[in-house]
Design a protein around this ligand. Structure first.
Ligand SMILES: [Zn+2]
Length: 166
């Protein structure tokens, strides 16, 4: 099973069953009600940026990026995330119009008041030590594909000396 595009009609269905609340490291996005596995949570709104654009929170979108707006700009990283970002080409069922949109979807069931997380999958040069606290924590906010390089070049991140970092 995998995520499928949200249905789009002239009148948009309201998703965004989330709220923003403080976390030990800033702010995060939490489920306002329990969310089913493999379901759309909401559309990520923001400014589309050209290829080569970089910022801390820019998300990959089309051939450039999307500088996201709250709430989804505040979704934190986890090495064992419960959500994922997916870029869809969606056809509006009423108008036939095609649009490209970035959506956040659940990967598994999420309980009410659980924090939503995604895998930032940064490249190793941009990686920072990860404090997600998951048993699967990689030690770095780094893509799995580049983790080996990151550890070779930069050590084990937050797993190096967990007592000191946490
Ligand atoms: Zn982690």
């Amino acid at each position: 099973m995998e995520n499928r595009p949200p249905r789009l009609r002239r009148k948009r269905v309201e998703f965004d069953q989330v709220y923003i609340a403080p976390t030990p490291y800033g702010q995060g996005v939490f489920a306002a009600k329990s969310l089913k596995a493999l379901s759309p949570v909401g559309r990520v709104n923001g400014k589309v940026k050209p290829p080569g654009y970089r910022s801390d929170y820019c998300m990959s979108f089309q051939d450039g990026g999307l500088e996201p707006e709250p709430p989804y700009s505040l979704v934190n990283h986890s090495c064992d995330p419960n959500c994922e970002l997916i870029e869809w080409e969606i056809t509006n069922e009423d108008t036939g119009e095609k649009v490209y949109e970035l959506w956040i979807h659940t990967i598994r069931e999420i309980a009410k008041d659980e924090q939503l997380t995604i895998d930032y999958a940064w490249d190793w040069k941009a990686a920072i030590p990860c404090l997600c606290g998951s048993p699967k924590c990689r030690g770095w906010i780094c893509s799995l594909a580049e983790l080996e390089t990151c550890i070779e070049q930069r050590g084990r991140g937050s797993l190096e000396n967990p007592e000191r970092v946490l």
